[in-house]
Design a binder for this molecule. Structure first.
Ligand code: SAM
Length: 267
């Protein structure tokens, strides 16, 4: 999308957006100079591990969705979708069952604009532009109501998004969905952590996000585990995303512990 198109769509490109920074990391083209400057600063801080970790996060998302399809889940609510890329949730789910329903939710207007153009069309997918901190806007949306039946098992995905909201909001929102989910439903969480970054480096990275659409709240694995409260962890629990049910002969590892992921089931 050009800056002129962005302006026409009411998209602010004067400050970096976390969705567009992530798009840059994934090698996408839907980012502007301000996003690239922020992303390049982050790359300078994290080093070559940055792109590896982002790719591993996407691979985790794909393995988690495939696993859930294999356990019989046919409805997915993907909160904090990101700009469409390869391996979008409905593509992974539809490879197993073309009848699966997927609702994408994001608060970034560029995600919603691209999402409506690229992620919908089959009648089994939809896009809701909403902030996860107002979860009732997600569940009350006609798109969600039309595609997701909360009386049946559903998977609610928070992949690389809870680290953009504060502690109370993250706990409250996961709890909101837990109370509405039928037994057999699952949540998927991946979440950024300080890992082996020094205090100085992580604080510089936080400063970059401070100037973007969302501040970064990296958390320890112990803290992230608390978001699964009320759910039963699926083996192997919360681990480095590279390791979650990854049966590749060789798993490349980053210098350490930057993104943790896990899946848990409501019993
Ligand atoms: C790092 S991207 C993750 C994309 C995708 N889930 C993945 O892991 O590949 C985070 C996404 O969450 C969205 N996001 C951040 N804060 C949000 C909020 N409060 N409500 C809804 N979406 C949010 C951003 O716009 C961005 O698209």
């Amino acid at each position: 999308m050009s800056q002129d198109d962005a302006a026409l769509n009411g998209i602010d490109f004067s400050s970096p957006s976390v969705a567009r920074i992530y798009d840059w990391w994934l090698g996408g083209k839907d980012n502007f100079a301000v996003d690239r400057a922020a992303a390049e600063k982050l790359q300078e801080l994290v080093g070559p591990d940055g792109r590896l970790v982002i790719r591993q996060n996407r691979d985790f998302l794909g393995r988690a969705v495939r696993y859930l399809c294999e356990t019989g889940i046919r409805q997915f609510l993907d909160i904090g979708t990101g700009i469409p890329t390869r391996g979008n949730v409905h593509e992974v789910a539809h490879a197993v069952d073309p009848l699966a329903h997927v609702v994408y939710v994001d608060n970034d207007p560029i995600v919603a604009a691209h999402g409506r153009a690229m992620l919908t069309g089959s009648g089994r997918t939809g896009v809701v532009e909403a902030d996860l901190r107002t979860p009732e806007k997600i569940t009350d949306s006609p798109t969600t109501r039309g595609l997701i039946d909360f009386s049946e098992p559903v998977a609610v995905l928070f992949v690389s998004v809870l680290h953009f909201v504060d502690d109370d909001d993250a706990e409250r929102v996961v709890g909101y969905f837990r109370e509405r989910m039928a037994p057999g439903s699952h949540i998927v969480i991946s979440h950024g952590s300080q890992g082996r970054l020094s205090e100085q480096t992580i604080s510089e990275a936080r400063q970059v996000y401070e100037k973007s659409t969302a501040a970064l709240r990296d958390r320890t694995p112990e803290h992230i585990t608390r978001f699964f409260k009320g759910f039963e962890p699926v083996s192997p629990g919360l681990v480095d995303v590279a390791d979650w049910r990854n049966d590749a002969a060789f798993v490349e590892h980053s210098a350490g512990g930057y993104v943790f992921g896990g899946v848990a089931r409501l019993v």
